[in-house]
Write a protein that binds this ligand. Structure first.
Ligand code: GLP
Length: 255
């Protein structure tokens, strides 16, 4: 069951509380399909993590049913670990290859992931930002949220006008992501290359998904707390086209 959407009194954010993650994923998928039907060359901003996976699966099903051709569409990943071998399953390159490029049938050359193995990381970050600008920007950015409110790998304290750059991950984030590294936090890279918050805010539309009680605090702070650098996702309230798709547990701390 989908609850009626409500418009946050503070901002133009649309907050939709769906009955479960699958229902929220269907809503996100509908948004993506509408975009791709009207603009087959659209650029999607794609997030990794557990949260967007049902969206990519729903999109794959819808695509098969509707014979949607994604061969002209583009995708830009949010982030990548620094120093990780891109062939390892934990690299975001591997995750995006499997969940986006192969599952959805994007052309490989149309899918970009920050190069966390570049010899010159600063140049690679500048090139990534420039590549997004060169194709005219991201049309629809899919986002998850970290327990500490991070978006991409923009940890608390990130400037809201930050661009693609190398960042140091917090211990909290490394512990949260240790589940992908044999539950060994020592194996989680210390740094990542991430689109900045300013980069993310350049997308024409943004859809953030959050599921489960563990995200409720981060969601409440992002939507109802102060707009401040200590709260990276609060920056989304500066954007004019953001949809927040939650399950009931993730919405449970909203007033
Ligand atoms: C990682 C990613 C984020 C993602 C977050 C939450 O740190 N860099 O882009 O939003 O994890 O992940 P999950 O959806 O698995 O909870």
């Amino acid at each position: 069951m989908i609850y009626p959407s409500s418009v946050s009194p503070l901002t133009s954010l649309r907050v939709i509380v769906a009955a479960d993650p699958a229902a929220a994923a269907e809503l996100a998928t509908t948004r993506i399909l509408t975009l791709l039907h009207s603009k087959p060359t659209a650029a999607l901003g794609v997030a990794t993590g557990s949260t967007p996976s049902p969206v990519y699966r729903a999109l794959s099903r819808a695509q098969l049913a509707e014979s949607l051709d994604l061969s002209r569409a583009r995708a830009f990943a949010l982030d990548e670990y620094v120093g990780i071998d891109a062939r390892l399953p934990q690299s975001y390159r591997s995750v995006i290859d499997a969940e986006v490029t192969e599952q959805l049938g994007f052309q490989r050359s149309h899918v970009s992931v920050p190069d966390g193995s570049a010899a010159d990381l600063a140049a690679a970050a500048r090139d990534y930002e420039a590549a997004i600008d060169a194709i005219g920007g991201v049309d629809l950015q899919i986002l998850g949220i970290g327990h500490n409110g991070h978006i991409g790998f923009n940890e608390p304290g990130s400037a809201h006008d930050s661009v693609t750059r190398v960042v140091t991950l917090t211990q909290e984030t490394r512990e949260a992501n240790a589940r992908f590294f044999d539950d060994n936090v020592e194996l989680v890279p210390q740094q990542a290359m991430t689109q900045g918050i300013g980069t993310i805010l350049k997308a024409r539309s943004i859809v953030l998904l959050a599921f489960g009680a563990g995200k409720a605090g981060a969601v409440a702070r992002a939507l109802e707390g102060p707009i401040e650098e200590a709260s990276p996702a609060s920056a989304l309230r500066k954007h004019s086209d953001v949809t927040i798709l939650l399950d009931e547990a993730a919405a449970s701390m909203l007033s």
